[in-house]
Design a protein around this ligand. Structure first.
Ligand code: C5P
Length: 252
């Protein structure tokens, strides 16, 4: 599968809705301005594969963000089922499931290619950005989050995974460790708020503790940025989406 070179292809909009109708209604308003839509656990659990099909029918691809983590055989089956839904371009797993689980998932996405179809790319989540060092230690993971993230990204690459979901703060180190072809998808991206001259510029963070602008994300080596609330709650989502695409274009 080739991702087209237009800057809009780097923008993934998180469809964090609780029903098929609200997600599809919103997605249809901005579908010509974005590269992909992300469908996560809430929407998929409520609406199932049908929402993926309806969103994909609008044009952009779908990042099915279900973060599989189970025994290798079960994850392979889930990845195979996800890959078989038309329009899915990105699927993901937890790197903490281990090498055997990741390798089984890689085999599953490759099996789709063998059937002669475009295969989705497989991403790994390393350490959830909601976990700090204390939370990691509680579950027996030692070291600094950043070091562990890079080690897990290397492990994912070795297993044949195509890329990772990571914070912008981690993107540079991952790019250095895993090379130019490894995909890096960064959530927690917020456009810089436009402020009156003389006023301090501020970025609305919602519940994200570490955020970055689209420019910072692209400069740090991200291939894709994931943006949810800044577009979902914008007064004019089309204007905000276009501003983000323009910012990506200028940063590339
Ligand atoms: O609204 P907001 O832009 O914060 O949405 C970001 C999206 O990316 C949400 O769907 C969220 O679940 C997801 N995400 C994240 N941080 C991660 C991984 C995924 O915010 N580390």
């Amino acid at each position: 599968m080739g991702f087209d070179a237009h800057p809009r292809s780097s923008l993934i909009v998180a469809l964090d809705f609780d029903s098929l109708s609200s997600a599809v209604k919103f997605a249809s308003k901005i579908s010509d301005l974005v590269g992909m839509f992300k469908i996560g656990k809430q929407l998929f659990t409520a609406a199932g594969p049908e929402v993926v099909r309806q969103v994909a029918a609008l044009g952009p691809g779908v990042f099915l963000d279900l973060k599989y983590h189970d025994i290798p055989n079960t994850v392979a089956g889930a990845v195979l089922s996800a890959s078989a839904i038309t329009g899915v371009q990105l699927v993901n797993i937890h790197a903490l499931g281990g090498s055997a689980m990741m390798a089984a998932a890689v085999q599953a996405v490759n099996a789709v290619t063998a059937m002669g179809e475009d295969r989705p790319r497989l991403l790994a989540v390393t350490i959830l950005t909601s976990m700090d060092q204390k939370a990691m230690r509680e579950v027996g993971i030692s070291g600094l989050p950043q070091d562990r993230v890079v080690k897990l990204a290397r492990l994912a690459k070795k297993a044949g995974v195509d890329g990772v979901v990571a914070s912008v703060q981690e993107a540079r180190a991952i790019r250095k460790a895993c090379g130019a072809d490894f995909l890096i998808v960064t959530p927690g991206v917020r456009p810089a708020e436009k402020t009156e001259p003389g006023k301090k510029s501020s970025i609305k963070k919602d519940d994200q503790s570490r955020t970055a602008t689209p420019t910072e994300a692209i400069k740090a080596g991200a291939d894709f940025v994931v943006v949810g609330r800044p577009i979902l709650t914008a007064a004019d989502p089309r204007v905000t989406a276009q501003e983000i695409v323009d910012e990506i274009a200028a940063a590339k």
